[in-house]
Design a protein around this ligand. Structure first.
Ligand SMILES: [Zn+2]
Length: 262
């Protein structure tokens, strides 16, 4: 499963380096999404785009692009929510997060004409999940003083809002990350996809080819497709698709997995 974090203009503005804002990157990300769609069409594979809800709102290009999101869904890719405006969830109230989950889901639903099942937390936060023995100071808030600084609380809220899968990133305090490309877990009614790897380089290609595991999760940012020093670079992506499809690896989406498992 390839899951793209399509941040859009609002996501770029609210990302970890907002003061490095560069207008050119807004168009660049959109162009790269198109390039990724073209390549995936050539290989007949589907992926998942986690998009900020604001990007699907009616508005002005390149700040929003509902048509492109509609097209992504038409081409058979899954569209998931990446929140409404790329919020730092651990510092938000439950009410704020609820509204972000609901508004992004309904906007994306309107634009794609389909159901939205997935949620990809912006900034991969919280990384704390007490139940799994994972704690991250980087969340900037500590549960329960900050009610959403725990993945268990976020999952509960997502379920209430109608989501059925979530992609998460966390590191247990003891032990190490068991597998480079994550596992698919069930947490109540929620399908949980672990994600520990960004990009498509040889390291992850070899890992997938040599692993007995059934599922692998890889994430990437369309914006990084034309950054030569990134593991997400287009040359790596093309090689990744070439190598894996010729080895008979099948690409799927969490949404289809989620409905298969029901
Ligand atoms: Zn993001």
């Amino acid at each position: 499963m390839v899951i793209w974090d399509f941040d859009g203009a609002i996501g770029q503005l609210n990302s970890s380096l907002p003061y490095n804002f560069n207008f050119r990157n807004l168009q660049r990300e959109i162009d790269n999404v198109r390039a990724a769609l073209d390549v995936m069409q050539k290989f007949s594979i589907c992926s998942t785009f986690a998009v900020t809800g604001f990007t699907a709102e009616t508005g002005l290009h390149p700040y929003t692009c509902p048509d492109l999101i509609h097209e992504i869904a038409l081409l058979g890719h899954e569209v998931a929510s990446h929140s409404w405006r790329h919020e730092w969830l651990p510092l938000f109230t439950r009410q704020q997060a609820k509204r972000s989950l609901a508004r992004s889901r309904s906007t994306l639903k309107n634009v794609t004409g389909g159901e939205i099942y997935g949620f990809v937390p912006p900034h991969n936060r919280p990384m704390t999940w007490w139940r799994k023995g994972a704690f991250s100071l980087g969340d900037r808030g500590v549960y329960p003083f900050f009610p959403l600084a725990d993945m268990g609380a976020v999952i509960g809220l997502c379920l209430e809002a109608g989501y059925r899968w979530i992609r998460i990133s966390y590191k247990p305090m003891w032990g190490h990350i068991a597998d480079l490309t994550g596992r698919v877990l069930r947490h109540g009614d929620m399908l949980v996809l672990e994600n520990h790897y960004v990009g498509f380089d040889k390291r992850v290609q070899n890992h997938i080819l040599n692993s007995p595991k059934k599922y692998h999760i890889v994430s990437a940012h369309p914006l990084m497709l034309d950054f030569p020093d990134k593991t997400e670079h287009m040359s790596n992506f093309c090689e990744f698709l070439q190598v894996l499809t010729s080895a008979g690896v099948h690409f799927t989406t969490p949404g289809s997995l989620q409905s298969e498992e029901r």
